[in-house]
Design a protein around this ligand. Structure first.
Ligand SMILES: N[C@@H](CCC(=O)N[C@@H](CS)C(=O)NCC(=O)O)C(=O)O
Length: 227
């Protein structure tokens, strides 16, 4: 079986980071093609993706099964679907064993996928890498602390070291959000478990590899950041 991941620019593609992390964390071999989604080349590159993916976005995982089989090529064109597929390939390493806990973990994943809180859309992934950060509005602080509270509760309930015990897709899918939130607002002493978890998560070797490459690129600025 051959896997090819069409991923994205390191400091711009939070969805590609999630899919890439799941493959790396399970030691599954894959070839990576980084699609440059910075403007203006973004439009041309994304148009090429549309030739084989109906969603016309990254990430896309192309899976080629053994040549002898019919219909041997599969295109998985959503980060959450890729993460679930990778979890199955790895004998379910990345979701909790317990049915009930797994359902809770999947809720967190779905929440992140569906647009977690109000803060993530208003704080781009790109802004995580700006050397100078803006001061968050009172509304943004409230939303960020609301999430810190939720994570604090889970870390207390399942006793860590990750949200649902062992590291899972729930933690991996949250990496980009944890980065943009904590880089703008360090969790206060009210959230000691969240602070330690965020540090643990952002220091996982594969997370660091992606982030080191992202910090090495020129930041991508948007006018909307300061308004
Ligand atoms: N729901 C999709 C979202 C993917 C997505 O929005 N990808 C962005 C990059 S992070 C993209 O390809 N954007 C291209 C465009 O908007 O033209 C997923 O989870 O895979």
């Amino acid at each position: 079986m051959k896997l090819t991941l069409y991923s994205g620019t390191r400091n711009a593609s939070s969805w590609a980071m999630r899919a890439w992390l799941s493959l790396k964390e399970t030691n599954i071999e894959f070839e990576e093609i980084i699609v440059d989604i910075r403007r203006p080349q973004r439009w041309r590159n994304i148009a090429e993706i549309s030739t084989f993916s109906p969603a016309s976005r990254v990430p896309v995982l192309v899976v080629e099964e053994a040549i002898s089989q019919n219909n041997n090529k599969h295109v998985i064109y959503d980060s959450q679907a890729i993460m679930e597929f990778v979890n199955e390939l790895s004998n379910n390493q990345l979701l909790p064993d317990d049915t009930f806990v797994r359902a809770e973990a999947r809720s967190m994943i779905a929440w992140q996928h569906a647009d977690m809180g109000k803060i993530c859309p208003s704080l781009s992934f790109e802004s995580s890498f700006y050397p100078d950060k803006k001061i968050l509005s009172a509304d943004n602080v409230k939303s960020a602390e609301g999430l810190y509270q939720v994570w604090e509760g889970l870390l207390s309930k399942y006793q860590g070291p990750y949200l649902f015990g062992n590291v899972s897709l729930a933690d991996l899918t949250l990496v980009p959000s944890v980065l943009r939130l904590t880089s703008h607002l360090e969790p206060s002493h009210h959230f000691p478990l969240t602070k330690a978890w965020a540090e643990r998560l952002l220091n996982r070797p594969h997370v660091k590899t992606w982030l080191d490459e992202a910090y090495g690129l020129d930041p991508i600025y948007y006018d909307s950041y300061l308004h």
